[in-house]
Design a protein. Structure first.
Length: 275
């Protein structure tokens, strides 16, 4: 004999009891779906214009004992491209950091590749042929000799290189990493802006083995603290380098870190070659 059929009233009672649980399950699934969609859209919005380019650098991030954070890109000097910018770096499809000093649209630091300034003709004001007003520390890569140096010069005419068709020169302010006793006086003579103020900073450092580092700190610090952090954190022997433009111009495009400074447009960029 079969069991009695469940009454319609009992069935309805069970369905009503299940409805809150069913509603909670549907609500939970809906919230999860919305969250996943938001995360995917957010990731898409944050995709940078330089993502996916050839990754011809290595990245390192450190914090010194003085609490100065350094974001550093190491690359071969053959991968360096000095190029004009004219916009905040984040808008440029290239890895790299900001370059030299500028005013308005005029570049006030040397920025020369193979005897050609990056922003105009040779001997033109604001083109990158001159370190305006002061002879300043200029990092030079002599491609023919495979040799770095920092030369204190006022213009591209004064650069000592073995082949004018195979070099780059980036102007800044001498760091004198190997000369602790004279760096501060030299920086003052070369008119390092806001040396004793708390500012974001950037720089370019090499060692005697030929390694090159592009360095930016978002930490507000003095020039002395930035230099001390570099001495403590950048590897290699026989290091030397230059201070680049700083404060809101201190910007970096890297897969590992995007540093935007104050999002101002900069005139020149030290970029990583795509080839």
């Amino acid at each position: 004999m079969s069991e009695p059929t469940e009454s319609l009233v009992v069935r309805e009672e069970r369905l009503w009891k299940r409805r809150p649980r069913l509603f909670f399950t549907v609500l939970t699934l809906s919230i999860a779906l919305i969250a996943i969609t938001w995360i995917l859209l957010d990731k898409e919005e944050k995709r940078e214009v330089f993502n996916g380019l050839p990754h011809a650098y290595t990245f390192r991030e450190t914090e010194s004992s003085g609490k100065v954070a350094l974001h550093m890109m190491s690359l071969s000097p053959d991968r360096v491209v000095l190029r004009p910018a004219g916009v905040p770096l984040r808008q440029i499809a290239a890895y790299g950091i900001n370059g030299g000093f500028f005013y308005g649209k005029d570049l006030l630091s040397i920025a020369i590749m193979n005897d050609n300034p990056v922003s105009g003709g040779r001997h033109d004001y604001g083109s990158g042929w001159f370190n305006a007003k002061y002879a300043r520390g200029t990092l030079v890569w002599d491609g023919a000799k495979r040799q770095f140096s920092v030369q204190v010069v006022s213009s591209g005419d004064e650069l000592a290189v073995s082949d004018r068709n195979h070099y780059f020169a980036q102007g800044g302010i001498s760091m004198n990493l190997e000369h602790e006793e004279q760096w501060a006086v030299t920086a003052q003579n070369e008119n390092l802006p806001y040396a004793n103020e708390q500012r974001m900073r950037s720089g370019m450092v090499y060692d005697k083995a030929g390694a090159l580092w592009l360095i930016v700190t978002p930490t507000l610090c003095t020039a002395e603290a930035f230099r001390a952090a570099i001495l403590e954190s950048v590897p290699g022997e026989g290091r030397e380098g230059i201070f680049l433009d700083g404060d809101g111009s201190s910007q970096m495009n890297a897969d590992e870190a995007v540093l935007t400074g104050d999002q101002r447009a900069v005139v020149q960029m030290i970029a990583v070659s795509r080839e």
